[in-house]
Design a protein around this ligand. Structure first.
Ligand SMILES: C[S@@+](CC[C@H](N)C(=O)[O-])C[C@H]1O[C@@H](n2cnc3c(N)ncnc32)[C@H](O)[C@@H]1O
Length: 246
């Protein structure tokens, strides 16, 4: 378990402005200012962030549900503790799903870091003939995503661990709300691993918060030879379009 959790992606040259552990930074100041209740909330938020990308979350199960409402889709999704954003559809995910162009109608598509599946299920619903690979490292997320796809009768969703995608599969599109909080080296390795598997002419759409380094991530992608442009900018988010380098 990463403890304290790695820093979010903020781009090259960003200086750490705080000292102490993440727990102290998230909890300590608030506690001094507002007392114990706020500190408890801050600590809860810290542990939620620290655990959601674990292989097997330590957090005890507490099933819940959220509703995904889009102009073309209305789905109730099962969630749980120990997965990303269990209490609501993440605003960045919503920005992506409302701003991304229709996926290719067939072939293999990828949701990189599927969580409980809002992106994968939307892809599958918009491209019913395609096979949608929903990958994650978090087993609880993968189980939820598989159950949510089954409930929605989206039987072309393959909810599998990142290491279980057959190596020959190439993706006509990748959509992702990538796990920025795993830290820059891991994020770069993850993106390199999957973006190099785009088919020629394929494209990835990544939603990233501006204050978590969307613009520097775009620069890094370009420097690494991935043609990356800003597809859209809404609220605090950017949607980056990354074309196949081939
Ligand atoms: C920001 S969350 C997005 C989850 C979901 N797509 C959504 O929109 O609600 C990022 C997800 O990436 C997963 N993740 C972390 N490291 C990963 C890796 N190396 N490869 C694939 N997924 C990873 C996390 O477990 C988490 O579920």
């Amino acid at each position: 378990m990463p403890y304290p959790p790695p820093r979010p992606y903020r781009g090259a040259g960003t200086k750490r402005r705080h000292s102490g552990t993440a727990a102290q930074r998230h909890g300590g100041t608030a506690a001094r200012r507002h007392g114990g209740r706020v500190r408890s909330r801050a600590l809860l938020a810290f542990f939620r962030v620290a655990h959601y990308f674990e292989d097997s979350p330590a957090a005890a199960s507490r099933p819940g549900s959220v509703t995904l409402v889009l102009p073309d889709l209305h789905l109730k999704l099962e969630t749980d503790r120990g997965v990303f954003s269990p209490d609501r559809i993440d605003p960045g995910t919503r920005v992506l799903l409302e701003g991304v162009p229709a996926p290719p109608s067939g072939g293999d598509l990828l949701d990189l870091g599927c969580g409980y599946g809002p992106i994968a299920l939307t892809m599958a619903s918009r491209a019913p003939s395609a096979t949608v690979w929903a990958v994650d490292v978090n087993r609880r997320s993968l189980e939820l995503c598989a159950r949510n796809a089954a409930s929605a009768r989206l039987d072309k969703v393959r909810s599998v661990h990142v290491d279980e995608v057959p190596p020959e599969v190439r993706f006509a599109a990748i959509w992702s709300n990538p796990a920025i909080r795993i830290g820059k080296p891991a994020l770069h390795a993850m993106l390199t691993r999957w973006l190099t598997r785009l088919t020629p002419g394929g494209a990835a759409y990544l939603v990233v918060q501006r204050h978590l380094g969307a613009d520097s991530l775009q620069r890094w992608l370009v420097d690494e030879g991935f043609p990356a442009t800003r597809h859209a900018s809404r609220s605090a988010y950017r949607i980056l379009k990354v074309e196949s380098p081939l």
